[in-house]
Each structure stands twice: as structure tokens, then as C-alpha cells.
Design a protein around this ligand. Structure first.
Ligand code: GCB
Length: 623
């Protein structure tokens, strides 16, 4: 398939011109979420991982009745009612659900892996469990969700706390006033449906993984607490901390910041509860690098609350065609990675152990220093491990393929996701690139949409680079393959990144790839953000080297890497992809069976021939 063809007809149907001012107006109104709860896991009082009652609701009866009327109480999974007792008390009453007597599943974990018939279920699922808690005088209480996919309705003791849209970023609701002493009931309605305005849109090349995919925590804080803290090293050699308090006494509070081994800094919060602190980085400060990923103990005290984290200091910038880390040019030896654990029936449950296994294959197995966490924000545990292990990170939001660029509400969803992602991860030294999109059509509404996102990223974080994985047109010029990078979005980006599949999609011979000519209109460092070919682990075909054989994939890598090596402004690679992953669009009965087979390891972790080709190439790039 020609990559351009994929995008034909995708250009938005909404009247674009009328729409642009609305897009711009919307950009002004995006706000930080009411609760950030930076480094939330450090505040965990009760981890709500474990058994939850579950009830499937494909027609959404618990939310809306037939013909759109309000739903009937007998369907309300969230009602604060003991159904069994109510049935005895009033024999005339009836219910069409009872969460307490429904079966259970273990959360976190997408429903896809919980029952074979749920593998491709796309709809509403209800969850409920008991939270034993006690309201505490002088403390606030919250429910914090690391991620739940896609629309999550949250209730406590029959009261609706709110709704969150988006599958990969954290959110929280305050429950101080709803919490009761003893048994509390948390009920969640998680709807995986993506409509045409969703981010990502309906069609992707990965599995939906509906449900609660990351931990849920019950947290408590003092009445005024440190909600957000962004601690970073600027390109000017200054360490800065932006601190935000949340609570009635947020204004006029003393804030004290200590980086272990350094002198403490102090400031006072303004009328909005915010404080800015800064100090020139001492010469002795150990910088974070992939080779020596030093993390410093950071402690912030204010209003009787304490925030702690382990934070690395480093700078990243672009100069001409170079990416500089701590002022020195760097080549990104990476690979793309979907969030999916090794195994034959993955549930997208990323434990520290599961993440470590996968990242070790990149760091040690492939001699990598970089990972593209595609196509959406991955688990916090993964990003924290990258900090610890020394892997640079490309972080992405799922503005993918046919997003409805003409719709201001879609932009708002994307901006909110980007904001939640940046607020969660901007203390992670490993993260160097915010990616705002993948393979999007070159239309004016798309350009506006993505420029707005680029600005959102820069407003929230002045220390990192902005990029997007772009499409590029392939032509034949004078007998060679010609790739001309001319996307009008590039001036808004720090790095131009391009996905290219010549030799897999299309008819190009592998031997023709090394002679490919790459041309770019704008001077920027280039990352080949994707290239790849399917192979089924164990299918060997040394003679014919048919597609899907390990030999074809290995040859594809050899030739594509030979091509890449000739691009003078190439500064990084993240081939597609580390591991074979679930992809409902991929149904070749012999080779794919529901998996995208472009992994250099199989779904069970078996290394394919291409793994060694890439690993050797990266070895040759290590200084
Ligand atoms: C792409 C997409 C990625 C797909 C891949 C493929 O360009 O960005 O999500 O999975 O191609 O395998 O075709």
C-alpha cells in the first residue's frame, strides 16, 4: 500500500475555512486539569488493584434507555442499593443487574484478555468494588486513575463524580465529601467506543484494549497540598522549579525546595498558590545521560505537605541539523514500541517487570539509547524505567491517521491529552520529544490543528523538542527512488520525522533502497520514525525469501539501514517495531492471525533474524 493512498479522502469534510477561527479561539481556552497530583503514586493510601465485579452493557442500558430516554433505575449499576436485600424487602421490585452478585475480573487489565469472546468487544463495561476507608479530619481524599480506555464514568456511593475522555492519561476526582466511614462502593462505567471525533479515531492499527488498563489509587492529602511541581534544567544552565499548591490556603505559603546535596531554595506562593524558584546549576551537578542516568532526590515542602521525586537534569536542543544532549551531538539508536506485554494473550497490563523485560531488549539486546513510545502515552512505570535505565523517550499522543481535524471538540480532546501527558511526565529526564501526531494528511485544517498542539506543548514545557511522524511521497526520478520531505508542518517542529515503508508496502525491490535520494526543504535533524516489514518468527525461506519470512525482514533491514546511513542529516531511527502486537486489521491466516508481525521479536519474545541486523548496526554507531 502506498502510504499516501492511505490518506486519500481523509481530509476533513467539515467546512475548513469557516472552522479555523474557532480552532484558534479554542486554543486559548485550554486549561490545566483542576487536579494534577504530580507523582501521585507516592501518595497512595490504598491501591485498588485486584478483584472488581464486572457487568457487560453492550446497549448502554445503564446510561440511556431505549430511544434515548434517561436510563431506568433498574439498570443503574452505580445506585447505592443492595439489590438482593431490596428484592426481599419489596417482592414487587425488580432489577436487571446486580453488581454485587456479578462475576469478577482483576484490574488493572483490559477486558480483551479476560474472556475469549471479549477479545474484540467494543462498548460499555461496568466495574464495582468496595473501598474500606475512613474520612480523616484535616485531610482531603481522591480517586486517581492512571488510565482507563476510553470514556470513563466514575461514581462513589451512588454519586457521579465525573467523566473522563481519553485512554492513556491520568485523571482524578476529589471524594472528600462523598466518602463515608467503612464500606464505600466505587463504580466505573468504561466505554471503549471511539466515534469519528475521538482521539484516536475509529480505525487504528492496534487493538482497542478497552477498560481499566492501569492502576487506580485512593489517595489523601492535607487540606492544601502540592498539586504540581515542574523541576528542570534550562538551556541557560539554570535549574527552575514551578510549584502549584491546591487548597484554600494556597496563597502566601513558604515553599522550600531541596535537591539532595545542594543548598535549599525558598520562595512564597502568589495569590494563585504558585511559586517559581530558580538557581544556577552548580558545576558539580551530575547530569543525566543514557550512559549514566543519574537521578537526584528532590524534596519540596509547603503548607505542611511534602512532594518527593527522583529527577534527572539534562538539556536537549536542536542546532542546525544536530540534536544536542547536554550540548553534545547525539544519534538516537531506537525502536518503536507499543504498550503490550510479552505473551500470547496480552491484556496491556504493564507491570514493572513486564516493562523492564521489553526495555532491556532495547537497551542491552539492540544496543539502543532511545525508544519511541508509540502511538499514545505509555504507562508511567515505563517512562520511569526509561529514566532509570537510560533510554531517551519520544512520547506521543494518538492523533493518528483520520482524526477529525475540522472539529474544535476533537482539538480540545487532543489538547487535553497532550496536557495531561506533559503534566505527568515533564519531570522525566528521559523524555526529550513530545510528538503531536502520526501519519496525518497534509491539509490546511490539519496544519492549524497540529500547530496549535505544538504551541500547547511549548507553553507547558520550554525544555523539550516537538515533532510528529510524517508521511512523505515516494517518486521515481532518473531511475532512483526520490523522497522529498516537504510537509508544510515542518517549520512548526524541531525535528522532522518520517515514516517510510518502501520495500514492504509498494513494489520497490530491496536492492533499490540504498540508492534512495532524500531531499528536505527545511534544515532540521531527521528521524526515520518508522520503517519495517512483517515476518512470522520461525518461518524461514532462505531461497525464495518470500514476504513474511525472517530472511525477507532481515534483508529489508539491511537495505533500509544502508539507505539510512547515507542521509547526511539523519539523527535517529525508530524502526517499526520491537514486538509483534495485536492488530485486528491483520488477518492473514498463516502469517498474521490478528497480529502485526513487524516486530523484531515475536509476541512470545523470540528474537528474529532482523533483531541481530539492527543490533549490529547500532553497535557500529556507539562511540
Ligand atoms: C504505520 C503506522 C503504524 C502501523 C504501521 C504498519 O505507518 O504508523 O501504526 O502499524 O505503519 O505496520 O503498517
Amino acid at each position: 500500500m502506498n502510504r499516501r493512498d492511505l490518506m486519500k479522502g481523509v481530509a476533513t469534510s467539515v467546512a475548513a475555512a469557516a472552522f479555523l477561527p474557532a480552532v484558534a479561539a479554542r486554543a486559548q481556552t485550554i486549561a490545566k486539569p483542576a487536579i494534577v497530583m504530580a507523582n501521585a503514586s507516592a501518595r497512595t493510601k490504598i491501591d485498588l488493584s485486584g478483584e472488581w465485579h464486572v457487568s457487560i452493557d453492550p446497549y448502554r442500558a445503564g446510561l440511556v434507555d431505549a430511544v434515548g430516554d434517561p436510563s431506568k433505575p433498574r439498570h443503574w449499576r452505580y445506585a447505592d442499593v443492595n439489590v438482593q436485600e431490596a428484592e426481599v424487602k419489596n417482592p414487587g421490585t425488580f432489577f436487571e443487574q446486580d453488581m454485587r452478585r456479578s462475576g469478577t475480573v482483576t484490574l488493572p487489565g483490559s477486558w480483551n484478555a479476560q474472556k475469549p469472546e471479549w477479545r474484540y468487544y467494543d462498548g460499555l463495561m461496568w466495574y464495582q468494588r468496595v473501598l474500606e476507608a475512613k474520612p480523616e479530619a484535616g485531610r482531603r481524599a481522591f480517586l486517581y486513575f492512571e488510565a482507563s480506555n476510553y470514556t470513563t464514568h466514575v461514581y462513589l456511593n451512588g454519586k457521579k463524580l465525573g467523566v473522563h475522555v481519553g485512554g492513556f492519561t491520568p485523571f482524578a476526582f476529589e471524594v472528600t465529601d462523598v466518602l463515608r466511614d467503612g464500606e464505600n462502593r466505587v463504580t466505573l462505567g468504561v466505554d471503549s467506543e471511539h466515534d469519528a471525533n475521538a482521539v484516536p479515531p475509529v480505525i487504528t492499527d492496534w487493538d482497542i484494549y478497552g477498560g481499566v488498563t492501569r492502576p487506580i489509587r485512593f489517595l489523601t492529602t492535607p487540606l492544601t497540598y502540592i498539586d504540581d511541581a515542574f523541576v528542570r534544567l534550562g538551556r541557560d544552565g539554570i535549574i527552575r522549579a514551578s510549584v502549584a499548591l491546591n487548597g484554600a490556603s494556597a496563597a502566601g505559603q513558604k515553599v522550600v525546595l531541596t535537591i539532595k546535596g545542594q543548598k535549599a531554595l525558598a520562595a512564597t506562593t502568589d495569590a494563585n498558590g504558585k511559586a517559581e524558584l530558580s538557581v544556577k546549576a552548580p558545576k558539580s551537578l551530575k547530569l543525566w545521560t543514557p550512559e549514566t542516568p543519574t537521578l537526584h532526590e528532590v524534596r519540596i515542602e509547603a503548607a505542611g505537605d511534602v512532594f518527593t521525586d527522583r529527577i534527572g537534569f539534562r538539556t536537549v536542543e536542536v542546532k542546525g541539523e544536530d540534536i544536542l544532549l547536554n550540548g553534545k551531538p547525539i544519534f538516537l539508536r531506537g525502536i518503536s514500541h507499543h504498550e503490550e506485554e510479552i505473551g500470547t494473550n496480552p491484556a496491556r497490563v504493564i507491570t514493572e517487570d513486564a516493562a523492564r523485560k521489553l526495555l532491556t531488549e532495547i537497551k542491552t539486546g539492540l544496543n539502543g539509547n532511545y525508544v519511541r513510545l508509540s502511538h499514545y502515552p505509555h504507562s508511567e512505570v515505563t517512562v520511569r524505567l526509561c529514566d532509570e535505565m537510560g533510554l531517551l523517550v519520544w512520547s506521543e499522543i494518538p492523533v493518528y491517521w483520520a482524526v477529525n481535524f475540522g472539529n474544535p471538540d476533537t482539538l480540545k480532546i487532543a489538547q487535553t491529552m497532550l496536557t495531561e501527558n506533559i503534566l505527568r511526565d515533564r519531570n522525566r529526564a528521559s523524555v526529550i520529544i513530545w510528538s503531536i501526531a502520526n501519519e496525518t494528511p497534509q491539509t490546511e485544517v490539519r496544519n492549524q490543528f497540529l500547530r496549535t498542539l505544538a504551541q500547547t506543548a511549548r507553553d507547558l514545557d520550554e525544555t523539550r523538542l516537538v515533532s510528529a511522524a510524517l508521511l512523505v511521497e515516494r517518486k521515481i526520478v532518473d531511475g532512483h527512488i526520490d523522497m522529498h520531505i516537504d510537509d508544510p508542518l515542518i517549520p512548526a517542529l524541531d525535528i522532522m520525522s518520517v515514516n517510510t515503508y518502501n520495500g514492504w508496502y509498494g513494489d520497490d525491490k530491496l536492492e533499490a533502497l540504498p540508492a534512495t535520494v532524500w531531499r528536505a526543504d527545511v534544515k532540521r535533524p531527521l528521524i526515520l520514525s518508522e520503517f519495517g516489514a512483517d515476518s512470522k518468527a520461525g518461518f524461514h525461506d532462505p531461497q525464495l525469501k518470500r514476504k513474511y519470512s525472517e530472511e525477507y525482514q532481515a534483508d529489508y533491514y539491511r537495505n533500509t539501514l544502508a539507505m539510512a546511513d547515507k542521509i547526511p542529516y539523519l539523527r535517529g531511527l525508530s524502526p517499526w517495531i520491537l514486538k509483534d502486537f495485536q492488530a485486528p486489521r491483520r488477518q492473514h491466516p498463516i502469517y498474521q492471525q490478528g497480529w502485526n508481525r513487524k516486530g523484531v521479536i515475536s509476541e512470545t519474545g523470540e528474537r528474529k533474524l532482523a533483531f541481530n541486523v539492527l543490533s549490529d548496526f547500532y553497535k557500529s554507531k556507539m562511540n
